[in-house]
Unconditional design. Structure first.
Length: 495
């Protein structure tokens, strides 16, 4: 047995040795893949697409009706969806707040839905939810705006709730203290936001302690000074029918809207007594007003000067002029600071209009190290409008076309339509304003736009308002020959 196993082992070893001595088969090279053949060019991509001609657009007609209790109803019937946008406008805003109690009108408006009629705050909120109605209140320089987004089927019930809020608010002490604490906390939190600080500083610099000089939201100190008795008195002055406007837009007829408003507000009485502050005194131009944010990597800035109110006859000329300067993304200033220099993600120019005053501002957030260079570029671009680079015919045509093509977008939803309609009574504009707006834009010639730029070409007329690192920025502005004026976090110069 042992001999047989040994022989078998030898035979196996011989076989393995013989097999391993054979050469491995050659490896065949993989065939080369076929070369791709170039597809013929798609004729659709051989040139930029040609825009189609603009479709004619006419906003829905607006009707205006005087109501039995002294208010006005503005109505626009539009859309197939069963939605209705409702706004109640009171022509008294934050500009009527007493000095030292800024934010009073805001608190008064905010308290209207904190319990009304037979419902406390929670029950009122639940009822609005049951009706699928969104409610909000806002305050501007010139107005209080109570807004509802409701369904056609629940319009009447929602209007009944609005009537309770306006005519029968509860004004609970507990709810007042809760809402006041909320607004005080909001005001304190805003002190850390450079953008909100620039806005506050801009208004103080341009309008002083007068009309439009203080934020409608108030500041922590002024809000803390407001008592419930002040709010109750302000509601009695503001929430009155005299001068009030109801705005109803959506899938409801004018007759039905008027009937519902008359039904729920019949017998409403009251005279409007608050008046806005008189005009203040602007701080000097040609200076840099800086709120200190030590170590800030960015500077939030506004290069600004006074402009006309909402009724300014140059409104449309200035609108067209600014479109190619700072209104559009491809405007001169944004192309300079963002695309060419890389100082910012965006810079824009804007006219802000109120009933009695307004301003023009170029605003941006820029890299801290580029703050003075950004200001220089903004002022150079504005100066060039009257010197080496006046607006061209191409820019004029692009501005007009851009404004007209973008106009229908502002009527895309019932909510945006309602807000657009609400702007008419807020700024005392006629009922046909929305229909004539495109014609007024088209009527602005190149010469009109160039002439509109002239008041805004002088660098010395501008105030530079900045939230940034004052210690770093002050020497840089001194090199430009600009006096640096410190502002506190509320945007006020030191007393």
């Amino acid at each position: 047995m042992t001999t047989r196993l040994s022989l078998l082992s030898l035979l196996a070893l011989s076989c393995l040795t013989a097999c391993s001595s054979k050469a491995p088969p050659p490896i065949k090279a993989a065939p080369e893949p076929p070369k791709p053949t170039a597809a013929p060019p798609d004729p659709r991509y051989q040139a930029l697409p040609t825009p189609k001609s603009a479709r004619p657009f006419t906003p829905p007609a607006v009707s205006q009706t005087e109501l039995s209790f002294g208010s006005t109803l503005w109505h626009q019937s539009v859309g197939d969806l069963p939605l209705v946008s409702v706004h109640l406008i009171f022509p008294t805003g934050g500009s009527s707040d007493p000095v030292g109690k800024e934010g009073l009108t805001l608190l008064a408006a905010d308290m209207l839905d904190e319990g009304a009629g037979t419902r406390d705050a929670l029950a009122l909120s639940d009822e609005l939810g049951r009706l699928a109605t969104d409610y909000s209140a806002s305050t501007g320089i010139d107005y209080v705006l109570l807004s509802m987004a409701t369904l056609e089927d629940t319009f009447d019930e929602s209007l009944a709730l609005l009537a309770d809020m306006v005519r029968r608010p509860k004004m609970s002490k507990d709810e007042f203290e809760r809402r006041r604490a909320h607004h005080v906390a909001t005001a304190k939190a805003a002190l850390a936001d450079p953008n909100s600080r620039v806005s506050a500083g801009l208004h103080h610099v341009l309008f002083g302690d007068g009309y439009a000089g203080s934020p409608s939201s108030g500041v922590a100190q002024s809000l803390g000074a407001i008592q419930l008795i002040d709010v109750k008195a302000q509601v009695r002055k503001v929430a009155v029918p005299e001068g009030a406007h109801f705005v109803v837009a959506g899938k409801i007829g004018a007759a039905a809207a008027q009937a519902a408003v008359e039904k729920h507000f019949a017998g409403w009485k009251g005279k409007r007594t608050p008046r806005p502050r008189t005009a203040g005194t602007a701080l000097p131009g040609g200076q840099a007003y800086i709120m200190d944010f030590p170590g800030a990597p960015q500077s939030s800035l506004a290069v600004t000067m006074p402009a006309g109110p909402a009724s300014d006859p140059n409104f449309f000329r200035e609108l067209v002029m600014n479109e190619r300067v700072g209104g559009a993304f491809t405007g001169r200033i944004n192309m300079n600071l963002r695309e060419e220099k890389g100082y910012t993600y965006g810079a824009y120019g804007i006219f802000r209009r109120y009933r009695q005053a307004g301003y023009y501002a170029v605003m941006s957030s820029v890299i801290s190290e580029s703050t003075t260079a950004s200001v220089q570029e903004i002022l150079r671009e504005l100066s060039d409008l009257c010197q080496s680079r006046p607006l061209t015919e191409v820019e004029h045509q692009e501005a007009v076309a851009g404004l007209l093509l973008g106009y229908p977008r502002e009527f895309a939803t019932v909510d945006t339509l309602g807000l657009k309609l609400a702007s008419l009574p807020i700024y005392e504009r006629p009922a046909d304003y929305l229909v004539t707006w495109p014609k007024n834009v088209e009527a602005v010639s190149l010469a009109d736009a160039q002439a509109a730029a002239r008041p805004y070409c002088t660098p010395a007329n501008y105030r530079v308002v900045i939230a940034g690192d004052r210690e770093k920025l002050a020497p840089e502005f001194a090199k430009l020959g600009m006096t640096v004026v410190p502002l506190d976090q509320d945007g006020l110069p030191p007393k």
